[in-house]
Design a binder for this molecule. Sequence first.
Ligand SMILES: [Fe+2]
Length: 310
Amino acid sequence: MLAEQETLRRPTTGIIEELGDVTPAVLRAMAGADNARLRTVAAAFVRHMHAFAREVELTEAEYDVGIDFLNRIGQATHDSHNEGILFADAIGFSTLVCLLNSGNAGATETASALLGPFWRANSPPTANGASIVRSPTPGPELFVTCDFVDTAGRPIADVAVDVWQSSPVGLYENQDETQAEMNLRGKFTTDSAGRISFRSVKPAGYPVPTDGPVGEMLRAQSRHPYRPAHIHFLGFKKRFKTLITQVFVDDDEHLESDVVFGVTRALIGDYRRHDGGTPPAGGVTAPWYTLNHRFVMEAGDAVLPVPPIK
Ligand SMILES: [Fe+2]
């Protein structure tokens, strides 16, 4: 409100007489947008950008660094890598936006988490109980069972659930020539009990790509680049807010220092190690792991995100 009053108080010539004229002049220039939401978002963006420059007394050399950083984020982005999302993730912006839009605007616990840069559309449809290991992938075997319920605890049948994860060496198939196309990815459908199940291998934590501007930022800030191991899930069904989430491996050394700030208490999984007993399938050698997890889907719009990569 204050900023709008400020705008009205200023002369309307558009000629900048002094430093204090710049922000109102820009806000005035943008005020004619037909789209009301665009007017709100663009005006707030400009007010905060200008306030940021004032607060840090931004130098011209720092301005040049910032513009170069922004340009290189774009140049580093291509069909199989999304540096823009990585940057938003690494400054906690993705998690902030996720929580603002989930769990009653952050007031209550949510099963949601950031999408990350590795979701691909068109994962292979896979039957419940089947494996998402599509080429030899050494590592401890993992048996996953997930229940999808509404906020009243009732099971939700026919949720289309995308699953994707890194291998036991910490690479997604699109980053690793030794893995088959769509290895460790699959699309499941919840049964009448709201359940999916599949067989996989235990994922490993991994460093986010550090060969671009985001890597430079992490090094300059003395931050490690690691994410704790996790499996990604995307649940889609009409009349429910699309559930985008990750379930983290509870014994990972980076659980409390995820480089992209994705770990919430609700998403620490119970990856249970089994050293003996009867394995869930033939040919399985100890140790193997099981993960049982329950997701609550909120009512809302079923909208798919834009895939970060092809
Ligand atoms: Fe991931």
